[in-house]
Ligand binder design. Structure first.
Ligand SMILES: [Zn+2]
Length: 196
């Protein structure tokens, strides 16, 4: 299951979130996205991307959760039966939103340090430190609500062949995200986003 899940999360990043985020960044939004999958068969419930040009609270995860809670109740799976995938480690707002939504897990691909150092978005780490006195992003990764999973840790669990394939796909993803991030950074001053 673990290898199947790792491959599937990469596939959702590549095929479902990336195209949405490419369009989103062209419209001036940040590079963050998210998706929800069913635990039972890893099928996609929905994918979404950041929409901060509409509302600074519409982070990738919040956009995803808003769409999820907008699904008709009879076709919306129970959050406990779902996996939550975030392209980047969720900020304090999104950690809380995932918690309030009742998910017992989330998975992320890029860390807070990637967000700060590779994507020039230092706010996740800064807000945790300034507001919550939580240094270096050391929130409780396993707690009574959920467990956080870092994709790179999952990649390390694969066979040598799997690891090499997954790392190659991650490198390609990183380069796509690098281009989208440069695009956002170049045009961000034209947008009315409080913490750009
Ligand atoms: Zn967030």
């Amino acid at each position: 299951m673990s290898a199947e899940l790792t491959g599937r999360l990469l596939e959702v990043m590549e095929g479902d979130i990336l195209p949405l985020t490419r369009a989103g960044t062209e419209a001036g939004n940040k590079v963050f996205g998210a998706a929800i999958l069913r635990k039972s068969d890893l099928s996609l419930v929905l994918a979404a991307t950041n929409q901060e040009t509409q509302n600074p609270l519409f982070h990738g995860e919040i956009s995803c959760l808003n769409q999820f809670w907008g699904l008709p109740a009879d076709s919306r799976p129970d959050p406990k039966d779902c996996l939550f995938l975030s392209t980047h480690e969720p900020c304090s707002l999104c950690l809380s939103a995932i918690t309030w939504s009742g998910f017992d897990n989330f998975y992320y691909v890029f860390s807070y340090f990637d967000s700060r150092d590779s994507f020039n978005i230092p706010h996740d780490l800064k807000i945790l430190e300034e507001v919550f006195a939580c240094k270096d992003g050391h929130y409780c990764r396993e707690n009574q609500y959920w467990t956080a999973h870092y994709l790179l840790d999952m990649v390390d669990q694969g066979t040598v062949e799997q690891q090499s394939e997954w790392r190659e796909r991650l490198e390609k993803l990183k380069s796509h995200y690098g281009v989208m991030s440069d695009n956002y950074q170049k045009h961000k001053d034209a947008q009315d986003i409080p913490l750009n």
